[in-house]
Write a protein that binds this ligand. Structure first.
Ligand code: ATP
Ligand code: MG
Length: 231
């Protein structure tokens, strides 16, 4: 993506995720990339319907999983938790573009919408080592790289590298994809959900306000009817 001559474009980070719930691993990733790439802001974008998850007879399961059932909380709960988690940071904001778009969420649509909202900005899409390969191999990577630069961040348990990526990516300009080591936080939303479901603590894995929101809305309690809703 060319620089406009002599003018530094405003850099905006884009942190997409299911955020079910948002946790400190997401926040550290966004904060570290903002610092390292001198981003003016980072926009968190909760997914509408995550394309990686399929519906089977009313349940949500990961494509690769046979069990257990992995339902997604209502979009409005995931959005509000993300607002709560980011509210105290003046550089962080939350976008509703994905939850307001019909159908499955694809990164290319997220980036198209944000590029239209910020036509003069330079977008930096932030993604963990686990999600990098799937985003770049399942979608039209040419268009993705026309819309944004990509920053892949380290995540405990996953290899951060380009070896397993689409071989076409080896031909990209050197500033199209950056790989960045960040402080390792072995936190996942899956583990937070499991903890909440079995009465174990999520304190200090997610921001305090998110702990309270999970409790208030009784999220992740087994049998909660909204669990199977994809909204
Ligand atoms: P789940 O377990 O439900 O998949 P998750 O913890 O992976 O949840 P997502 O909402 O799927 O969270 O992830 C959003 C983005 O944040 C992805 O790019 C993911 O790779 C990245 N990410 C999530 N947790 C971490 C972490 N601990 N360190 C670095 N990156 C992370
Ligand atoms: Mg994930």
């Amino acid at each position: 993506m060319p620089e406009t001559s002599g003018v530094t474009r405003r850099r905006i980070g884009v942190m997409g995720g299911t955020f079910d719930p948002v946790h400190n691993g997401h926040l550290v990733a966004a904060s570290e990339v903002a610092y390292r790439f001198a981003l003016a802001e980072v926009v968190f974008v909760p997914t509408g319907r995550p394309w990686q998850k399929l519906r089977h007879g009313g349940d949500e399961r990961r494509v690769s999983d046979t069990a257990p059932v992995n339902p997604v909380s209502p979009a409005e709960d995931r959005y509000l938790m993300t607002v709560i988690a980011t509210a105290s940071n003046p550089q962080f904001s939350v976008s509703r573009v994905d939850i307001e778009r019909e159908g499955d969420t694809y990164t290319v649509d997220t980036l198209r919408d944000l590029a239209a909202q910020h036509p003069t900005a330079e977008l930096y899409f932030i993604t963990g080592a686990d999600a990098l390969a799937s985003i770049l191999s399942w979608q039209d990577w040419r268009e993705l790289f026309e819309l944004a630069r990509f920053v892949g961040v380290s995540r405990p348990g996953y290899e951060l590298g380009t070896a397993h990526l689409n071989t076409h990516l080896q031909t990209l300009p050197s500033d199209a994809l950056h790989l960045l080591e960040i402080p390792a936080l072995a936190i996942s939303s899956t583990d937070c959900r499991d903890r909440a479901a079995t009465g174990r603590p999520v304190w200090y894995l997610v921001p305090d306000g998110v702990v309270q929101y999970i409790h208030k809305r009784q999220l992740y309690r087994p049998g909660r009817p909204e669990w199977t809703a994809v909204t």
